[in-house]
Design a protein around this ligand. Sequence first.
Ligand code: HEM
Ligand SMILES: *[C@@H]1O[C@H](CO)[C@@H](O)[C@H](O)[C@H]1NC(C)=O
Length: 318
Amino acid sequence: MAAKAGAAASFIFMLFLLNIACQAQLSPAFYDSSCPNALSAIRTAIRSAIAGDRRMAASLIRLHFHDCFVQGCDASILLDETSSIQSEKTALGNLNSARGYNVIEKAKTEVEKICPGVVSCADIIAVAARDASSYVGGPSYAVKLGRRDSTTASRTLANAELPAFFESLESLISRFQKKGLTARDMVALSGSHTLGQAQCFTFRERIYNDSNIDAGFASTRRRRCPRVGSDATLAPLDLVTPNSFDNNYFKNLMRNKGLLQSDQVLFNGGSTDSIVSEYSRNPARFKSDFGSAMIKMGDIGLLTGSAGQIRRTCSVVN
Ligand code: HEM
Ligand SMILES: *[C@@H]1O[C@H](CO)[C@@H](O)[C@H](O)[C@H]1NC(C)=O
């Protein structure tokens, strides 16, 4: 009798554990029955945004990164400032820099029209990043779904956890390690600097004071980025093909033509040189590793099950 009760109790306990495991697991099929057209609605919105502004592909990929590194992939980055919410939009790495908030909101509006209250803003950011990658020649990959949206945000955490352009390789590796990502994941993800633009103030020190920089490249960049002023003037992170997803970023690094200090540290005699060199020779390997690393990044700090909420509007808590 006691043995039977014990067996029943342990069976129930197993169900309980299984339930926890299921809730913590995302799945690409999460909306297949609750909102079968969600993914195509998002893709349409994202494609039209990028067709009108090619740089938006870069900005959407970066938005997913800056969401996931702060409280996890919970769309905390989309919340506006209120008396109870410290918006992350004004954190150091985001202010006058992160873009694409309105593109995500537009996609959310379209999805709300077909299935109100079902699809999270956090999932829309993750899908948007994938759609952006595939639209400009990067990999496509199955995005796992089922994230829920936060009811909080933290500018303090955003300031503390987003990596900065002047950090050492060791410091960058340790930041990614704390999020469950390896140095190899970090190099692959940094390969998204094959797209997009950076402001003069982020690479000024590098083009005037670094010695590990190609002289011709530095002098070209100095023309539009003086020692003083023009802080917000843009330059492409990949000088060769800033609008298409390819492996030129890694080839640039091997010629000391990385724009940011945090780019060039990936190929500067340290432990990641061999990865950069591998990706410069093998674009297919770069793309498949990038897709896997994006999926891994999308698993950081999730809210699932009944945690958090499905926001109706991405910029405000319900
Ligand atoms: C390794 C640490 C990283 C540092 C220090 C870093 C730093 C930066 C900086 C300073 C900019 C320019 C921002 C501006 O001037 O307004 C930038 C742009 C960008 N970053 Fe990173 N980044 C890192 C990793 C990543 C990762 C992991 C991703 C994506 C998975 C990413 C995607 C992008 C993209 C696509 C842009 C261009 C955005 C646009 O044009 O709107 N970065 N990054
Ligand atoms: C470069 O180094 C010099 C000497 O240390 C310093 O005065 C200057 O502010 C640094 N930065 C730039 C952009 O010139």
